[in-house]
Design a protein around this ligand. Sequence first.
Ligand code: AVJ
Length: 321
Amino acid sequence: MSAKKNLDLGSFAQDVLIGLSSKPKSIPSKYFYDATGDKLFQQIMAMPEYYLTRKEFEILENQHKSILKKILSKNEPFNLVELGAGDGLKTKILLRYLDVIGADFTYFPIDFSGTVLEELKGSLAEELPNLPVKPIEDTYRGSLLKREWENGKPSLILFLGGNIGNFPLKEARDVLDHLRLGTVFGDEVLLGFDLKKNPQTILDAYHDKEGITREFNLNLLKRMNRELGANFDVEEFMHWPSYNPVNGECRSHLVSLKKQKVDITALNQAFEFEAFEPIFIEISKKYNLGEIKKLARRSGFELKEAFLDGESFFADVLWER
Ligand code: AVJ
């Protein structure tokens, strides 16, 4: 093995090294989604407390015709690009409708998880065998810079589920700058935002009674044990979510319950934890419609229409370049 290869830790190991060497310690939330994390997230989406998925489902079920009106009115072939496609359950509402009306389009699901894309491809081949599907395994920003779907046709880009909420405002702006780079004049984007609401409702969604979210978060430590040869004792870390109604930030931490040392073989390094020292692992930012409109403007888009559920818990907003 060459010296260069020895230094090539892989992105997970590198990000863990950076994150656990920082103060406060942190790990990027995109690493939740390995095969185990994907399964746990599916369980989260089915929990009574996790309203986000149900609300967005309702919006797409009830308003898909209005949402797709503009792209269909062009009467020409188009691209349906999806950032963070996941299991595609919600997107299938749009896909089935487009299939029924015989729309001419190609579906480009993008996801950071290869396992998720494989499963999605399989289920679509069964359910919608005539649909052209071109999966792309990449990050949001990576895919927006490469624009592999570029073919001269207009695009509708889906960024659903409230995934943009996984970035603090500054970084969300950076992702949206990439979104502008990844689109051309006339393209549309449908973004899902979780809205500010009763703080208890929000907190409950990240602190379910069954402890599924806790398992989901602790899987991050287990993944380091599996993939990086770490020796985290997950029983010595506590899942601690909190919601700040001032800035709309729901943040999850794993708190070390005692002073301890963790070895990570792949990094050839040990990390010290103080008693009650937190690792910041996820942000799920909530917005109001005014903030969403401002965000659209500063990102070079115009907010065309906001589609809400019956309780105004969640919004899918249509932006146009
Ligand atoms: C997939 C990013 C929308 O932040 O609500 C759910 C992930 N984390 N429960 C969210 C998540 C804990 C979820 N998103």
